[in-house]
Design a protein around this ligand. Structure first.
Ligand code: HEM
Length: 448
């Protein structure tokens, strides 16, 4: 049995792959896990054999944070889950097609204003990135935008952040692996329960607010989801309000910390390689001739796109995806995998695989990005039936936010700072960079 308590689990699992290969088994308490460390084995399990590995582990703590498994990310692969997934997917597509681009553009412009307000002072931008990403999702979900000082937004962020952090902690995962511990007092678990109640109160308030409106806006995701509930066949009503409630939680959690963490990584990598920032800036100036970019400009901005891919490769913000479960006996890379085995797709490991990436640990966006490997092997959003539900939202956000920021600002290490940001990161469910300060110096105004 291996010790799984480690300060950076993705790096630890990746190091183990050097000794044991791209697929190995670990035992943690009563749970057997198979860790997949290359894009080849991950794609075999998640994409080619998706119907064998689309399950989620049965988890005592997962059940508690997900309203009894009623959400998308932790719910098992059942008929109800498929109905909920179909409903959320179609609502997301419909609402994003109508307004996502405008919503992100508005938030990007607002972010530029906030940065301008710092007047070249050294600041930690993580909170601003969180507000920007969160506002995209809350606008899409509820039609509400907050500012940074909003106490409700702060409460919601704090609470969702706490839940993700607590749920990823050893105190909580131990309850899944060692059931006897559930009988002992556990203050961390008590804290988690309190935060779940707080979260459900805030989301419930928004949903009730929406339901009580006379003129309902069905272009917001929650409206579209509730409409979808009403449209269900009365004979086999699979979904209820709790599925809408928990899907909203999924979108808020999935859509906030991931994008915000990525923006923080992008700025940090550029502080390490300022010449890359200049290459992106020159490309933006040449191609856009002074105007702000549209998502459709991405094909004409290869350096920026390479930067985005390279940051996603080196720091996949969901480094171990979400654990999968074999729903029947199967095989991966020729090895027998019994039903119920927990599968950990180590995306961080796959993105640092020396068999695929010639120089896996170097940040090299200028050579077309992806460290010289193939884009097929870049799998930051997972794949198959459990592919990230927000992939297209995230891609548009990463592109527009970074293009707006790098068009209008040059990011510099503060003069008072002697060391560059530490790129190792802190790994929980989301891989984040340790907080650092940066100066955002406005670029000269360009006239379109
Ligand atoms: C799941 C990555 C942004 C919503 C996932 C998974 C990964 C991932 C790796 C797990 C896939 C698996 O289980 O195999 C990312 C990255 C993002 C991002 C790298 C941004 C840089 C978003 C956004 C949203 C979102 C913006 C919502 C709008 C979800 C949901 C799931 C998920 C709901 C659960 C899917 C399921 O269980 O079927 N994401 N994500 N994500 N993500 Fe994202």
């Amino acid at each position: 049995m291996m010790e799984l308590k480690h300060d950076h689990l993705p790096i630890h699992l990746t190091n183990l792959a050097q000794r044991y290969g791209s697929i190995y088994r670990l035992k943690c308490g009563t749970t057997t896990m198979v860790v997949l460390n290359s894009s080849k084995v991950i794609r075999e399990a998640l994409v080619k054999k998706w119907c064998d590995f689309a399950g989620r582990p049965i988890s005592y703590t997962g059940d508690i944070v997900s309203g009894g498994g009623c959400n998308i990310s932790l719910g098992d692969y059942t008929e109800k889950w498929r109905a909920q997934h179909r409903l959320v997917h179609s609502s997301l597509q419909r609402c994003c097609k109508k307004s996502l681009h405008d919503v992100i553009e508005r938030q990007a412009l607002h972010l530029l204003k906030v940065l301008m307000g710092y007047k070249g002072r050294a600041v930690d931008l993580s909170e601003d990135f969180t507000v920007a990403a969160s506002n995209v999702i809350t606008t899409m979900a509820f039609g509400i935008e907050y500012d940074k000082s909003s106490s409700e937004l702060q409460e919601l962020h704090r609470c969702l952040n706490e839940i993700v952090a607590l749920w990823g902690s050893a105190w909580i995962s131990a309850l899944d692996s060692f059931p006897l511990l559930r009988k002992l007092p556990n203050p961390v678990f008590a804290h988690l329960l309190k935060e779940v109640v707080r979260r459900d109160k805030i989301i419930g308030r928004h949903l009730n607010n929406y339901k009580s409106q006379d003129k309902k806006n069905q272009d917001v995701i929650t409206g579209s989801l509730l409409q979808g509930l009403d449209n269900q066949n009365t004979k086999d009503k699979l979904l209820t309000d709790i599925h809408v409630h928990m899907a909203t939680v999924d979108l808020l959690i999935g859509g906030t910390e991931t994008t915000a963490a990525w923006l923080n990584w992008m700025v940090a990598f550029l502080l390490h390689r300022p010449e890359v920032q200049e290459l992106v800036y020159e490309e933006l100036c040449t191609v856009l001739e002074g105007r702000y970019p549209k998502y459709s400009d991405r094909h004409r901005l290869p350096v920026l796109c390479s930067l985005i891919s390279e940051v996603l490769r080196l720091r996949p913000v969901a480094p171990l995806a979400v654990p999968h479960r074999a729903i029947r006996d199967s095989r991966i890379a020729g090895y027998f995998i019994p039903k119920n085995t927990v599968i950990i797709p180590n995306l961080f490991g796959a993105h640092h695989d020396p068999e695929v990436w010639p120089d896996p640990y170097s940040f090299k966006p200028e050579g077309g990005g992806s460290g010289g490997g193939s884009t097929r092997d870049l799998i930051p959003f997972g794949g198959g039936a459990r592919l990230c539900l927000g992939e297209s939202v995230a891609k548009m956000e990463l592109f527009l936010f970074s293009a707006y920021l790098l068009r209008d600002f040059q990011f510099l290490l503060p003069e008072s700072e002697t060391s560059l940001p530490d790129l190792r990161g802190v790994a929980s469910v989301v891989l984040k960079i340790k907080s650092y300060e940066v100066v955002a110096r406005p670029r000269p105004v360009t006239n379109p």
